[in-house]
Design a protein around this ligand. Structure first.
Ligand code: 4AD
Ligand code: MG
Length: 445
């Protein structure tokens, strides 16, 4: 009996008979020759049925098998540089073919489809090679994130998804009924990270987070995954040092291990190759100055209006894009106005209108991929901020406690997996970065 082999390992079986189990990706009919593209999850390989060499019913199966039928192919592996597939270079000369289930007419044919149609059929679209490549890189990205953190003595400590109060902003909360009480889906694990940080020093949480943001953009999801490291004794400068090492590592690792998938996506990797420390660092003040200079130089009045920014305003996507175009790698923007950032951020000494926050903006128009800061660790100041923004201090008793029992300077940040993946893969929209996107107008499939 031929061994059952995965397509990724065909290279180890040249000249031998093997069995591959999978699905029909595509078929080319050349009369007496049938070229079947078979995928099995690990890759795609061409299997060739030659009429002269096969019993009539086997050739007939190869000639009539429909797209996405499940099947079992047995045959001899041949090395051939021209053989298409992923990784390519090997094909199977069919000896036998069993159809496990003959698929009905498959909705996603090789012709072009509209994106809403594809999103409605996301449960099938995940089989298409582009989507397959993106989701493989997603898995690798998550693995690289965890590996770097684990190797650098950060402890994974999970934080709850069901929470009694807002973590980030009170306007973007998904409310749920919690045994006749109100609760919310977590926007961030940060507040709990801060408690865990006081036990373990360096921690991270990594899970789904939820924002009921009414934004319909190519960067916003209602459910997204975020990794959030939180470190005792870290200053804003320590935070930027760590972030640039961490992000350079994960990007370089994807380039190392997943170049084939990036090629399949036709990703130009020029900018990714340059993702190495140090990343440029500019203050919010300098960013505003740069943007207004760009606006001054802009002949198109429409674009000029988009770029113009008054001190105190938050950056929109045209601002982030224009700023990042001035650098060849991700750029840190630090010391944002306190008023546009979360309540827990440490104000700058002697200049409380700005805070010790930092966002990392990715090149090529991808915008903010991380947001972080030093945290307020003084009890009175934090109580003042809680009162100032008008959230109920009762809900934050435990969080304020952390400032009563051994408070230390500390800092942390959150990296959005989907935004990072969109950038690494060079995707025009965030919806393809997650298996089942949840957006303002979509909760299906
Ligand atoms: O800047 P944000 O809101 O920061 C926090 O939640 C902090 N509590 C993190 C921390 O300091 N521990 O979100 C962090 C990152 C953003 O930079 C972005 O990459 C991603 O999360 N993000 C989103 N991704 C997709 N869709 C959305 N609606 C997102 N909102 C934030
Ligand atoms: Mg942010």
């Amino acid at each position: 009996m031929a061994p059952i082999v995965s397509i990724a390992h065909l290279k180890d079986y040249v000249g031998q008979e093997v069995t591959v189990r999978g699905w029909l990706y595509d078929r080319t009919d050349k009369g007496r020759l049938q070229f079947l593209k078979v995928r099995d999850g690990s890759g795609i390989a061409q299997a060739v049925a030659f009429q002269k060499e096969l019993p009539a019913e086997v050739f007939e199966a190869a000639r009539t098998v429909t797209q996405e039928s499940s099947l079992i192919v047995t045959g001899v592996v041949r090395a051939d540089n021209r053989a298409p597939g992923f990784p390519g270079g090997y094909e199977i000369g069919i000896h036998d073919l069993k159809i496990v289930q003959l698929a009905q007419e498959y909705p996603i044919s090789p012709k072009e489809h509209g994106v809403e149609f594809l999103m409605d059929n996301r449960h099938l679209w995940v089989r298409s090679s582009r989507q397959w490549a993106i989701l493989r890189i997603r898995g690798a990205l998550i693995n690289a994130i965890r590996t770097w953190l684990d190797d650098h003595d950060y402890l994974l400590v999970d934080t709850p998804i069901i929470t009694p109060a807002a973590g980030e902003s009170t306007t973007e909360l998904f409310e749920i009924d919690y045994f006749d009480d109100k609760a919310y889906l977590a926007q961030t694990g940060q507040l709990y990270n801060e408690a865990n940080m006081a036990s373990f020093g360096k921690v991270y949480c990594f899970g789904p987070t939820f924002r009921a943001e009414k934004s319909k953009t190519r960067r916003h999801l209602a459910e997204f995954w975020m990794v959030e490291p939180e470190m005792a004794w870290f200053s804003l400068e320590d935070l930027m040092d760590m972030e640039q090492d961490f992000i350079s590592h994960i990007v370089q690792r994807i380039l190392d291990k997943h170049r084939a998938e990036l090629q399949l996506l036709e990703r130009d990797t020029t900018y990714l190759e340059r993702v190495l420390p140090p990343f440029p660092r500019i203050s919010y003040d300098e960013a505003v100055e740069r943007l207004n200079k760009l606006a001054d130089a802009e002949p198109d009045p429409e674009k000029q209006r988009e770029l113009r920014i008054e001190w105190g305003g938050d950056f929109g996507s045209p601002h982030e894009t224009a700023l990042t175009q001035q650098f060849d790698r991700p750029v840190f923007v630090y010391h944002y106005p306190t008023a546009v950032k979360a309540f827990y951020m440490q104000p700058v000494e002697g200049r409380p209108e700005v805070c010790r926050s930092v966002d990392l903006l990715a090149p090529e128009g991808y915008g903010e991929i991380t947001g972080g800061s030093e945290r307020i660790y003084d009890l009175e100041l934090l109580e003042q901020r809680v009162r100032h923004i008008g959230i109920n201090p009762d809900n934050y008793r435990w969080y304020l406690d952390l400032r009563r029992y051994g408070a230390v300077p500390h800092a942390g940040f959150g990296l959005g997996v989907e935004r990072t993946l969109a950038w690494v893969c060079g995707l025009p929209h965030i919806r393809e970065t997650t298996p089942y996107a949840r957006t303002l107008n979509r909760n299906y499939p």
